[in-house]
Design a protein around this ligand. Structure first.
Ligand SMILES: *[C@@H]1O[C@H](CO)[C@@H](O)[C@H](O)[C@H]1NC(C)=O
Length: 117
């Protein structure tokens, strides 16, 4: 085998053992921190769905994310919708410490938590 072929072979071998996920982006969702009291979550939820600009239509009555009807679940949905929509425009998953990042998709049944790359 010539040196050139050997180098090509080694290069291909190297590429084949590289991680397959080409963009290397970690999928992240934003949810309510389990430690945050409901009172604080409610304030952050109201902000996210109001001035924050999250689309909270899915947590309204008769919509797929209405159940479980808890402040924590509704806040999680709203935080994530806000985060996905605004993470590339200066929005963060913070909400005065009421939120946290997770790498586990929080979607359940027909309630889909958005993920925008
Ligand atoms: C909010 O989301 C719903 C469904 O997910 C969609 O039908 C609606 O157009 C959205 N509203 C805005 C203002 O983007």
């Amino acid at each position: 085998m010539s040196n050139v072929l050997l180098i090509i072979f080694l290069a291909l071998l190297f590429l084949s053992i590289m991680p397959q996920n080409s963009d290397g982006e970690l999928e992240q969702w934003c949810v309510a921190d389990v430690q945050t009291p409901d009172k604080e979550l409610q304030v952050a939820l109201d902000w996210a769905c109001g001035k924050g600009g999250a689309n909270c239509s899915k947590i309204q009555v008769n919509q797929p994310c209405y159940f479980p009807n808890t402040v924590k679940d509704h806040a999680s949905y709203a935080f994530n919708n806000y985060f996905q929509n605004f993470k590339h425009k200066g929005g963060s998953c913070y909400f005065k410490g009421a939120a946290m990042i997770t790498e586990l998709d929080p979607s359940h049944n027909s309630c889909l938590y958005e993920y925008f790359p």
